[in-house]
Design a protein. Structure first.
Length: 104
């Protein structure tokens, strides 16, 4: 599913913002790693074009955006809600507590 995303592209070596507020769409799904939900990003789109299919500069931008998106808690929460991922149980100390994907 595609999610709107905004990220500032930076040059880490120089420590400067190159493109502030780069708006795009992220193709992502929720997967589970050791029982915990994580965001798996499959691609970055701008104006309907998949940036990973572009020139090396565009691919580098996509890689930076993908890395930021994978760490974005708000994006993960949105994806979890859209995919029906929820925590069940009576709290973290409940041995049966876990994240599940509901089927609708």
């Amino acid at each position: 599913m595609l999610y709107p995303f905004c990220h500032t592209i930076t040059d880490e070596k120089l420590g400067v913002d190159v493109v502030p507020d780069f708006e795009c769409e992220i193709d992502a799904t929720v997967e589970f790693e050791n029982g915990n939900p994580i965001l798996e990003v499959h691609g970055v789109y701008k104006d309907g074009q998949r940036l990973l299919d572009g020139a090396p500069l565009t691919q580098a931008i996509a890689a930076q955006v993908m890395s930021a998106a994978e760490d974005d808690e708000d994006l993960l929460s949105q994806a979890m809600a859209n995919e029906g991922v929820a925590f069940i149980g009576r709290g973290a100390l409940d041995p049966g507590a876990r994240f599940v994907r509901r089927t609708f």
